[in-house]
Design a protein around this ligand. Sequence first.
Ligand code: GLV
Length: 323
Amino acid sequence: MIDGRVFVTREIAPDALARLREEFAEVDVWEAFEPPTPEQLAERAAGCVAVVTMITDRVDAALLNAAPTVRVVANMAVGYNNVDVATCSGRDVLVSNTPNVLEETTADLAFALMLAVARHVVASDADTRAGNWGLWHPALWLGRDVWGASLGIVGMGGIGSAVARRARGFDMRIRYTANSRRTEAEAALGAEFVPDLRELLAASDFVSLHVPLTASTHNLIGAAELAAMRPTAFLINTSRGDVVDTEALLAALRAGRIAGAGLDVTAPEPIPADHPLLSLPNVVVTPHIGSASFATRRRMAMMAVENAIAACKGEPMPSRVVG
Ligand code: GLV
């Protein structure tokens, strides 16, 4: 039994909580549907040995100052831009994420957004519900083919590769850019490496973003990058909202410099209902649900929990993040 308390910042899968209760002397779970505020998080983490956090929780020096007993931060996400890993490492606080369990599910959503925005799935559904399916006409709701189109993948990690695997089934021409070449993906998926981002953008009918949010990917897609895209091309973002400059995207969509966007992540996030992006018919927005399947969220919860347990027992964490 781990002699200490763990704070879980949201209700997670019951079997993951049961695992924590088997191992920790005390398990405290945030009871509200809304995330804790930074102050509430600090208050509840104080005196804990571990915290299981979500992407909405900021883990920084202020939190660690308020909760100096915390030795482990188990983030229930593959991305960990909400955690100041350098500060954690400087204080010997171990950090983990949840890789290798959500890639396929997130790639499904990237594809769903691609199909939805290119074929007007959401807009035509809304129109139908509004009673406007009055007739059939050969020119109604014409969209762009996903099959056979060229796909530019920005970031060829686990999710990028899972998107590429799906793209093969759609006979897409796959190109990618990444910090380094992924020769296995090239061989297995027929993906072509394009080192220059703008060159990749100019060659793509669909651009799908799969990079982590870091200082070097913040606003990676700005006005110049959007200008490099084809006017018939679509931008798909299932990574982090801040990878795209929202104002530049809005301007590009309004001016018809690109054909549309499918966004599972936005900046700001959550996006307010009166945000101008939501008034555009060629934009589909989902509320950061890339990994949100029952099975995957359960796997993520189990992995976060096993990381917390392992670290508190002095064992290697299944997926430690090193800053
Ligand atoms: C979700 O956004 C994740 O990083 O897992």
